[in-house]
Design a protein around this ligand. Structure first.
Ligand SMILES: [Zn+2]
Length: 691
């Protein structure tokens, strides 16, 4: 992918994305035109006009030959095919919608207006760093610990430049239907906190990059070189003290960790951990959170340390910590110079040597689209949906989802390796599967209705818009923290050109931008619809029953619903599938990692089985059109770098996603008259589809 899209949380996405990252190149002696049982036909140069194509020998080649020969790898990519086209389409759609008619919908209009404020460099440069300086000056006025306490307790959350902790809602591990307020340490400069205890060359490098950034930003705010140096040293000293010991519990987001009830503290316990720091008063008076009975404390030792270090002596360090992090948080909504300094700093931290040089003249046609998403992902989604979706498509695809789920009941029903007990658990997952098609059914949870800011024409500024959005975010955070936990909330945006299954909510997400381009058009035949969107949906649902997804129950909790015996049989089937892929080679001397691919490969197989069950019920179903459309979805052209990246991907290579999947089923083999002795043939006892 060329452009980064902001994805919020954990959905396992379906399409593999080949980036422009360089991969290890192999030695020149390799003969890429060899392979077992098929040559890697996706690799550039392996298919020519003279290459013979026979459906019984290599179906993917036979079905896709013409398209492979016509594919051209676009500039900036390592591969060509539907995935790239979809990503390019999403980019083109995004650009067009900010230049189309002014939207009527309130939230869509916010995104639209924000884009023009973002790209209004004349106003941004005229305002410069003045609003940030004003906020920093308030912090400079903090002369005692009492002043600091006053600042934390009485400055409304959205008006504080920065804080020592972060608060967010999360699922209550003791009562999964409810939310609980989670408190955790604030962000530090260096992500790997161990660097603060024993600094490596990487830590030193990052420290220098940040020091240089702040030297320049603080100069813009009017500080002398010496003052700037001192402020950075103070801030860094504070971060080092705060990270002086290993966290008692890792700052991990692993599922085991997030389900840990040991992190829950009552109100009194929290007060006892941190009596010096006005944590609860700040949460309630400044942020507006209600008094709660209990809290989730990500790393209790963090608050103990904060309590110890919250002293008069450390005041200058804490003050500078707030100011410097405030700068880091706001530089990108200030003037051009601040924006560039921040972008260059972050690219240097990521060792992103390929980051394109920033150019003010082309900003509005390049980076601005991504920058709108940073704060206004949902309003952008609204704008996207207003422009590119039709409720009739949502209805058609939703019906398709229901049809596919119905077929899955049949698959589970006939699975002969599971007992009734396990079967009941699998049914329950289907019963509770949340279906998220194109865009949310209700926009209410994503609404920015209360946000208002003046547009460019009305004389507004990006800074004012930024502040208005901040206020909204705070309000939303407070309203979500107490009350029911909504696990149906979308964790990705509809303009994401992909689809996915999220085991932690037991839900599938078919984003609107996935149903574009070659994947979907309202005029396509049922056969094409089943082969493209249908197989995609069925693939995602099957992740509920793959090796990872099967660890989660109907509610998205890690919870075993398998009998010991059934689980053993399931693992054995997975092993057979791994061995099947391990026996293949894209070219001689190159192995596949079947272990890595088993989840995605089994999802492809279950998906195809599901669609074939549906097809069997249809009159005059055009199997040839269906199988060709199925193959077409995976037609691609890879450079050797892309092929090397695919070898590490969890998805099998595209030609295998066609051939290895199709050869599992008699419906396919019989239709094309494929029998023993044909390369596409797989004997029933050698088949590896798990479901
Ligand atoms: Zn998948």
């Amino acid at each position: 992918m060329k452009k980064a899209v902001c994805i919020l949380v954990t959905v396992i996405l379906c399409l593999s994305m080949i980036c422009c990252a360089a991969a290890e190149n192999s030695s020149e002696e390799i003969d890429y035109t060899t392979g077992t049982p098929w040559v890697d036909i996706d690799l550039i140069g392996n298919v020519t006009a003279d290459t013979p194509a026979d459906p019984k020998d290599n179906f993917a080649l036979w079905a896709n030959k013409d398209r492979i020969l016509s594919l051209k790898i676009p500039e900036g990519y390592l591969t060509a095919g539907d995935t790239v086209d979809l990503s390019e389409q999403a980019d083109a759609d995004t650009m067009a919608m900010f230049h189309g008619k002014v939207p009527e919908n309130h939230d869509a209009r916010l995104a639209y207006d924000y884009y023009y404020l973002l790209t209004d460099w004349a106003t941004r440069d005229a305002i410069g760093v003045a609003p940030l300086k004003e906020m920093a000056d308030v912090v400079e006025e903090i002369k005692s610990l009492d002043d600091l306490t006053e600042y934390l307790v009485h400055t409304p959350g959205e008006d504080r430049l920065f804080c020592f902790w972060r608060s967010e809602d999360r699922q209550d591990p003791e009562n999964p239907g409810n939310s609980i307020l989670s408190l955790r340490n604030s962000v530090f400069f260096i992500k790997d906190h161990a660097e603060y205890r024993e600094m490596t060359a990487e830590g030193k490098y990052q420290k220098e990059v940040f020091a240089s950034f702040f030297q320049k930003m603080l100069a813009k705010l009017g500080y002398s070189e010496e003052e700037a140096r001192q402020k950075f040293d103070n801030c860094f000293a504070w971060e080092t003290m705060m990270n002086s010991v290993d966290p008692a519990e890792g700052d991990s987001s692993s599922s085991e960790f997030t389900n840990d009830i040991d992190h829950i503290r009552t109100r009194n316990e929290l007060m006892a951990i941190s009596p010096n720091v006005p944590l609860l008063e700040a949460l309630e008076k400044a942020d507006g959170y209600p008094e709660m009975e209990k809290y989730f404390i990500q790393d209790p030792s963090f608050f103990e340390r904060l309590n110890e270090l919250y002293t008069e002596e450390n005041l200058p360090l804490m003050r500078d910590f707030i100011i410097l992090h405030g700068i880091l948080d706001t530089a990108y909504v200030l003037d051009w110079e601040s924006y560039v300094l921040l972008e260059e700093c972050l690219a240097a931290i990521d060792h992103d040597d390929d980051a394109p040089a920033l150019d003010k003249a082309s900003y509005s046609e390049t980076k601005a689209y991504d920058d709108v998403n940073i704060f206004l992902g949902w309003p952008v989604a609204r704008l996207y949906v207003e422009n590119y979706t039709d409720p009739r498509d949502k209805e058609r695809i939703s019906k398709l989802v229901d049809e596919i789920i119905h077929a899955y009941y049949g698959i589970i029903d006939k699975a002969d390796f599971i007992s009734e007990e396990t079967r009941a658990g699998a049914y329950a997952k289907l019963d509770h599967l949340s279906k998220n098609v194109l865009y949310p059914d209700s926009w209410e949870p994503y609404s920015f209705e209360d946000v208002d800011f003046a547009s460019k024409e009305e004389g507004g500024s990006l800074w004012e818009a930024f502040r208005a959005i901040n206020k909204h975010e705070h309000k939303m955070a407070v309203s979500k923290a107490a009350g029911p936990y909504d696990r149906t909330v979308w964790s990705g945006f509809p303009f994401t050109p992909n689809c996915g299954y999220d085991p932690s909510v037991n839900g599938i997400f078919i984003y609107a931008a996935f149903a574009r381009g070659n994947n979907y058009d309202p005029g396509m035949s049922d056969e094409e619809l089943y082969a493209k969107v249908g197989a995609g949906i069925a693939h995602e649902i099957s992740h509920a029953f793959d090796i990872e997804g099967s660890k989660y129950d109907k509610d998205g909790n890690i919870n075993n619903w398998w009998t010991e015996e059934d689980r053993a049989a399931f693992l054995k089937k997975n092993e057979k599938l791994v061995a099947y892929y391990n026996a293949m080679h894209p070219w001689e001397g190159q192995d596949f990692d079947g272990e890595n691919m088993k989840g995605e490969a089994s999802a492809d197989m279950a998906a195809l089985k599901c669609i074939l069950l549906i097809a069997a019920e249809k009159e005059n179903f055009d199997y040839d059109a269906f199988f060709r459309a199925y193959a077409d979805r995976y037609a691609c052209l890879d450079t050797i770098e892309a092929a090397m990246i695919r070898l590490m991907d969890m998805h099998p290579m595209n030609y295998l996603r066609v051939n290895a999947t199709l050869q599992q089923y008699d419906d396919f083999l019989n239709f094309y008259g494929i029998t023993e002795g044909d390369n596409m043939y797989l004997a029933p006892e050698d088949r590896v589809a798990i479901w």
